[in-house]
Design a protein around this ligand. Structure first.
Ligand code: ADP
Ligand code: MG
Length: 567
């Protein structure tokens, strides 16, 4: 085929593909337009996963009658004027591509009435071309209706997922903007059902309740003051809400990020949040986070992606650090661990900087610091041990109810903090062996041990090479003297062969704690249980074991009364 310039209709359809990937993209563009128009009320309706119908109704500024056709021209926008404006975009849209792109792949009609106009305008378009125009009464605002999306592009239609999946993407995008704009009343109706309704109260927590439900909302902690207001005290300003470490989710689907209240996908910010939770969440669990970063418009480039779903920061590490710090702060305020940040970042340093990476949590000092005792929410109260259940749980009474303590997890937590503290003071208790024990390892374990046997000295192991895959062990940590430390060492070496995020030192401390701790199924004397409870009370993080699993379950007096029908 000879080279030819493509027909404009083909060009616009190709270009539309970049903006309109699926029905949810249409919803996103229309809702963004409504928000840019200053609407206080936005209602979204979708049918058939958005393929049959999408309708967005707002009470925003409206489009002046003389400009309605223009709005459907490519690169026609009222939001920027010159190239300089690109440096300081404060609206969600600016490319002037959405309306023409949508009109290129669907049948569109619009009814709009601008401020000060007596009558509104109705315009209908097919294949991007106006087929009908007339006056139509309407209060100020705009209604855009999109029908039969991709009908003329079977290839696109084929790539769409099931109706349920497309509907869920639509619900997701409307939820994101409902969170970002609590002052706007959102309604989402899917196939005739109300799927979401927000109050428009201006309070973030109200939107969170509407989107995620009361139970989850109640478990959230405020970051930087909580709401979107009161922002920009410092730059970048980080505000929002995050879940307490006890409420892990099994996917990253609960991480929502906004830059100047523009919803964005950001792996950078997801990582910043996850790092703030380092060591607090159970493995495989993810936090809930609703975070807005406010930045001067010049600090962020939103023009790197046609749908603007991804952004680029001028100063990535500053934004990363600000988010991590703000979230960590919220968690620290909940938990009495003033220096946890230091401890957590020390874990993840690469092992070349040995000095730093081998400085673990100084938790003994932390627990005795006065600030620690003052923040009560995560401290354990003094407990009175009542007995043991199933040889695995300690039953205890506190001032606020009944406690069940997982004895293994509790002991693990206690030992973990002890080991870290002793190691950082270089005061690990060691037990020499009467006879050196030979340790045979497989080739994979051998590689790991060769690199690390000396470092294990810091934890109380005295190990030296003795032939190809044989080592001599002369001393072990006192904690493990009467335990299966050979098994522990081998397990440790195995766990370190895979790519593991947690640092080596942390893994060793966790493994020692796990193997040194009392097991489930082990009967304990009253004195042993009291000792365990007392030591748990003074740990820095008494609610989760080092792997992030819960240690205690509390049944409050109120719950008991309710259960017994007394209230
Ligand atoms: P952009 O949002 O990038 O400017 P669009 O194609 O989405 O481009 O919209 C083109 C123009 O149409 C906007 O700049 C705006 O002036 C007008 N417009 C679109 N939707 C609305 C709306 N809901 N209310 C008021 N004006 C609107
Ligand atoms: Mg737009």
């Amino acid at each position: 085929m000879p080279i030819r310039v493509l027909d404009p209709q083909v060009v616009s359809r190709i270009a539309a593909g970049e903006v309109v990937e699926r029905p949810a993209s249409v919803v996103k563009e229309l809702v963004e337009n409504s928000l840019d128009a200053g609407s206080r009320q936005i209602s979204v309706e979708a049918r058939g996963g958005g393929v049959n119908l999408i309708r967005v109704i707002d009470d925003g500024s409206g489009i002046p009658s003389g400009e309605v056709e223009l709005a459907f021209n490519r690169y026609a926008t009222s939001k920027i004027d010159s190239i300089g404006d690109l440096e300081s975009i404060s609206t969600l849209g600016f490319r002037g591509e959405a309306l023409p792109s949508i009109a290129a792949v669907a049948e569109v009609d619009i009814v709009t009435c601008a401020l000060g106009e007596e009558v509104g305008t109705y315009l209908s378009l097919a294949d991007g071309i106006t087929t009908k125009r007339q006056n139509q009464a309407r209060p100020q605002g705009t209604t855009v209706t999109v029908r039969n999306l991709f009908r003329k592009i079977p290839a696109r239609l084929k790539f769409l997922k099931s109706q349920a999946t497309e509907s869920s993407h639509i619900a997701d995008i409307v939820s994101m903007y409902a969170l970002a704009y609590p002052e706007v009343r959102f309604t989402l109706v899917m196939d005739g059902r109300v799927a979401l309704r927000t109050a428009g109260s201006g309070r973030l927590i109200d939107s969170v309740v509407a989107v995620y439900g009361l139970e989850l909302a109640q478990s959230l902690l405020e970051v930087g003051g909580g709401g979107w207001e009161g922002r920009a005290a410092s730059s970048p300003g980080v505000t929002g809400m995050v879940s307490s470490p006890s409420v892990g989710r099994s996917s990253r689907g609960y991480l929502s990020f906004f830059i100047n209240r523009r919803w964005v996908n950001s792996r950078l910010l997801a990582r910043a949040v996850e790092e703030a939770y380092h060591g607090l969440l159970m493995e495989g669990k993810h936090p809930v986070a609703i975070i807005n970063v406010s930045l001067p418009p010049g600090e962020v480039d939103v023009n790197i992606h046609p749908t603007k779903a991804e952004v680029k920061f001028r100063n990535e590490h500053v934004v990363f650090a600000a988010v991590q710090k703000a979230v960590r702060q919220a968690l620290v305020e909940l938990m009495p661990v003033p220096k946890i940040e230091e401890a957590a970042t020390a874990y993840v340093l690469p092992s070349e900087s040995r000095q730093a990476s081998w400085t673990l949590a100084r938790s003994d000092r932390l627990t005795t610091s006065p600030e620690a005792r003052e923040t009560p929410s995560m401290c354990l109260p003094a407990l009175r041990v009542l007995g043991q259940l199933l040889s695995s749980y300690i039953v205890a009474e506190g001032p606020d109810g009944l406690y069940l303590i997982d004895q293994h997890a509790a002991h693990e937590r206690i030992l973990f903090e002890q080991i870290c503290a002793q190691r950082s003071r270089q005061a690990v208790e060691i037990q020499g062996l009467l006879q050196p024990v030979t340790l045979e390892v497989d080739p994979k374990q051998g590689e790991i041990l060769r690199a690390h046997y000396k470092n294990l000295g810091e934890f109380g192991f005295s190990i030296e090479p003795f032939g190809e895959r044989t080592y001599l062990v002369r001393a072990v940590p006192l904690l493990l003297y009467s335990k299966d430390w050979v098994g522990m060492l081998k397990e440790l070496l195995d766990s370190l062969t895979g790519a593991d995020k947690t640092s080596w030192a942390e893994s060793v401390a966790m493994s020692l704690a796990c193997h040194g701790a009392v097991r489930a199924g082990q009967a304990l004397t009253d004195a042993e249980m009291r000792e365990l409870a007392r030591k748990l009370e003074i740990t820095a993080l008494p609610h989760t074991c080092p792997h992030g699993r819960p240690i205690t379950i509390r049944l409050s007096s109120g719950q008991l009364e309710r259960e017994f029908g007394r209230s």
